[in-house]
Design a protein around this ligand. Structure first.
Ligand SMILES: Cc1cc2nc3c(=O)[nH]c(=O)nc-3n(C[C@H](O)[C@H](O)[C@H](O)COP(=O)(O)OP(=O)(O)OC[C@H]3O[C@@H](n4cnc5c(N)ncnc54)[C@H](O)[C@@H]3O)c2cc1C
Length: 462
């Protein structure tokens, strides 16, 4: 017989958004029940680190978001492997696949993203993989053999991580990107040349500006399968990885009245259009403060912050507000890249573009200034002062006349930077360096004990 459970707080999705909401709730409300519905069959884990598991650098147990006891100690019921299947908003109830139901006072939807795969002819006739969940890792690992040739469709952030991991496993790679540049959502054409060259230097064949028209079994040759590009050439492969993008996981919302515009529309307090229901993380759409329109932005640190803000607001109704960050920090075979703002736009309208590059090193810096304000930056292999630049953009600091001095880092520019550097370090008006260090710390030095201590004792400095 089905169970009918009740809980003051119900959280659907146990990614970083869901789990950081639990943290925030427990900071202000130690008593009322929390049920977290985890749709996966394993303990909640740090999603970006699945690539470390793929290349054998970490075991799955090392990337848990929290130790199993953590939930018990905080009086949190974690329901694992039983996804939510339907929302009954009038009855404040969520139905699970098992048939059990859970009734909420406050609900958080934190269902994240799912891979988005275009309907390419013949895709169902070849074995293909995605890279998003823990079970993708096992499947991909089992399919990879040293010396195999992988075809990677899509050279965005996830495709890039797939590539570097597969390469370390001894797999040969051809990567195809529909757009005319690699990392098209974060890099302009010129910056993307640096990224492309780095990939090629590491033995990856990169084809940009070409879609895949069809997949089919190969007619002979060294590999069992082939892709036909829209330019008509054929690429043989043993293994296909589809990294063609992500979209918010909205299936639970079918037939509900919650406002959706590609993702769940939320207020800065993470409230949806239905009272008592909140949303956080990759599943949401929110205002892009730089480009001035609503945007999706799958980003771990954003999901972390949104989850916290949703949790605080659910627990005591304080009006804590979220301000998104459009910052990406990555490394391509050791080449560090930081971007923020509308860095992907090749020819920004009514804006000045400042570029400083050293192809020999190689290094590249590009800044976009509009109406005296910094609106985008790309820093490749020269990431000094990235925090200060992000601060200047986020706080809309008027850099008017000093822009070129600033980016050249001459005396006047350095002086200006250091004045603002102090504000960033002291945390005045801004908390991003701390939050960025969260994922960096998590990536470099994952340790449950330290994470646990930080939460219990050292609350974030505001
Ligand atoms: C390989 C990879 C590398 C990445 N690297 C980076 C990086 O370096 N930096 C960065 O900023 N971001 C990175 N990201 C993106 C980052 O992981 C996401 O932005 C972040 O995980 C979003 O968190 P979330 O909690 O919103 O969603 P998710 O992490 O997607 O978690 C949502 C959870 O909800 C579950 N769920 C969905 N539907 C239901 C349901 N009906 N019932 C119950 N549960 C449900 C899902 O299965 C999932 O477990 C990476 C992503 C991948 C895949």
């Amino acid at each position: 017989m089905a169970d009918n459970l009740k809980s003051h707080y119900v959280i659907v999705g146990a990614g970083i958004a869901g789990i950081s909401a639990v943290d925030a709730i427990r900071e202000v409300d130690r008593d009322r029940d929390i049920i977290v519905i985890n749709g996966e069959n394993v303990e909640p884990y740090c999603r970006p680190l699945i690539v470390d598991v793929l290349r054998g650098e970490k075991s799955f147990d090392e990337i848990h978001l929290r130790e199993p006891d953590w939930y018990k100690e905080r009086n949190v019921t974690l329901i694992t492997g039983d996804p939510a299947s339907r929302l009954d908003i009038a009855g404040n109830t969520v139905e699970l696949e098992s048939g059990n139901t859970v009734t909420w006072e406050k609900l958080l939807i934190a269902t994240g993203s799912v891979p988005s795969t275009p309907p390419i002819k013949g895709l169902d006739t070849v074995p293909s993989h995605t890279l998003y969940r823990e079970d993708d890792i096992d499947a991909l690992k089992a399919a990879c053999k040293k010396g195999d040739k992988a075809l990677l469709a899509g050279i965005g952030l996830i495709g890039l991580q797939a590539m570097t991991s597969l390469k370390e496993l001894g797999v040969e790679i051809t990567a195809v990107e529909l757009m005319p540049k690699v990392l098209p959502l974060i890099l302009d054409q010129k910056a993307s040349e640096y990224a492309k060259r780095r990939l090629e230097e590491h033995g990856i064949e990169v084809i940009v500006g070409s879609g895949i028209a069809e997949f089919k079994p190969a007619d002979g040759g060294d590999h069992p399968y082939a892709a036909v590009t829209d330019r008509g050439s054929e690429i043989g492969f043993d293994l296909l990885v589809m990294a063609t993008g992500m979209r918010p996981e909205l299936s639970l919302l079918d037939g509900t009245e919650i406002d959706i515009d590609r993702g769940i529309v939320v207020t800065p307090q993470m409230a949806t259009s239905v009272p008592g229901i909140y949303a956080a993380g990759d599943v949401t759409v929110f205002d892009n403060w730089i480009e001035g329109h609503a945007d999706l932005h799958a980003h771990w640190v954003n999901a972390f912050h949104q989850g916290r803000i949703a949790g605080v607001n659910m627990a005591d109704g304080r009006t804590e507000q979220y301000r998104p960050m459009y910052l990406n920090s990555l490394s391509i075979f050791g080449l560090p890249i930081i971007t923020f703002g509308s860095s992907r736009i090749d020819e920004p309208e009514d804006a000045d573009v400042f570029i400083k590059e050293n192809p020999g090193r190689p290094s590249f810096r590009r800044f976009v200034v509009k109406d005296g304000k910094l609106i985008a930056a790309t820093l490749i292999n020269d990431v000094q002062n990235a925090g200060v630049f992000q601060y200047l953009a986020r706080e809309k600091v008027d850099i008017g006349d000093i822009a070129s001095s600033l980016f050249e880092q001459d005396l006047a520019g350095m002086d200006f930077l250091y004045q603002h550097h102090e504000k960033v370090v002291s945390g005045e008006n801004i908390d991003w360096p701390e939050s960025m260090s969260l994922i960096k710390w998590f990536k470099k030095d994952h340790s449950h004990t330290r994470w646990g201590k930080k939460e219990a004792g050292e609350k974030s400095k505001k």
